[in-house]
Write a protein of this length. Structure first.
Length: 323
């Protein structure tokens, strides 16, 4: 790193699955990192290997309240991202997305920082266009069980672009598609973590619907690389930009692969499909490929192997963690 290139970076939701990997990468690049988390879904375990780094600071704080720090860049990753967690307190989920965006945008405006919003493929809802491109406006239920997250993130994007137009703020909006890897929450209800934990503990693999709905799974290292490239792109590159893996697989195929890779005896159980659960979710990443020279590199089998190994260690250390 050249002298004078060190930045102070704020990562909200920094003790979460994605945020902890981002903190790690920023520290590796030589930056100072303020990791902010209220520990609703994040955990100190995810960042305990970083706490002795003199360039790392861990703060307990909720983004729905204003924050006063001096930083160069803000990565706004704070928000529960799995249905089990964001539906636990839907009002707070909406507040985290909307009030959190307002507070972080206000901070960025005060200190003239560049700010990246971790948005989501959920802004597309149950899409009528496949694969999803950034210019698709989506097909979203505004008053369903998932709306606190879907509409909260859509409103956050609105705020980001209004601050960009009205206050000339330097913004980046990244739409994250299904991401997996070590440090996923073991009880987040997402398919990869669900299936791996169920397979490793011999529980039935729970499949919702007929299992033929498709998802595309991006390994966490690839996702973080995309976030960093977007943040470091020229200011005129604002997004929104899809960051994900365009290779689709059905949920049933994923379950069968995990059972095979773990050597599990678990059987598959079918349950009713939740309300507004999308049948297809796959990014068109041509914009990221062209603008950022970015694309996923980790194959599903390789990424699943690393994720299975992580959960295997976690369960060996504390079997009660999935209780």
């Amino acid at each position: 790193m050249r002298l004078g290139t060190r930045k102070t970076c704020l990562v909200t939701g920094g003790a979460g699955f994605l945020g902890s990997h981002l903190c790690e990468r920023l520290l590796d690049a030589g930056h100072e990192v303020i990791c902010l988390d209220n520990f609703f879904t994040g955990t100190r375990r995810n960042v305990e290997h970083l706490v002795n780094n003199p360039r790392f600071e861990l703060k307990r704080h909720d983004v729905t309240f204003p924050l006063y720090v001096e930083v160069d860049e803000i990565y706004n990753f704070a928000c529960p991202a799995s249905p089990i967690h964001y539906q636990h307190d839907p009002v707070q989920t909406t507040k985290t997305s909307v009030h959190g965006a307002i507070n972080m945008l206000g901070l960025a405006k005060r200190v003239h920082a560049k700010i990246l919003q971790a948005s989501t493929s959920e802004v597309y809802g149950d899409p009528k266009v496949h694969p999803q491109k950034e210019d698709y406006w989506g097909h979203v239920n505004p008053n369903g069980f998932r709306s606190c997250y879907d509409e909260g993130k859509r409103c956050a994007e609105t705020l980001f672009f209004d601050y960009y137009r009205q206050h000339k703020l330097r913004i980046k909006v990244m739409r994250i598609f299904n991401t997996y890897g070590p440090r996923m929450h073991p009880n987040d209800g997402r398919v990869v973590s669900n299936f791996i934990v169920q397979a490793l503990t011999g529980q039935p693999i729970t499949l919702y619907g007929d299992g033929m709905q498709t998802r595309s799974f991006c390994y966490v290292d690839d996702l973080i690389e995309g976030a960093l490239r977007l943040m470091n792109a020229p200011d005129e590159v604002t997004g929104p930009m899809n960051i994900g893996n365009p290779v689709e697989s059905t949920i049933r195929e994923l379950a069968e692969r995990i059972v095979q890779m773990t050597g599990s005896k678990s059987r598959i159980e079918y349950r009713p499909l939740p309300q507004d659960d999308p049948m297809q979710r796959c990014p068109d990443i041509s914009l990221a490929a062209k603008t950022l020279d970015w694309g996923p590199k980790v194959k599903l089998e390789e990424g699943l192997g690393k994720t299975i190994a992580y959960f295997d260690r976690l369960l060996a250390e504390d079997p009660s963690i999935v209780a």
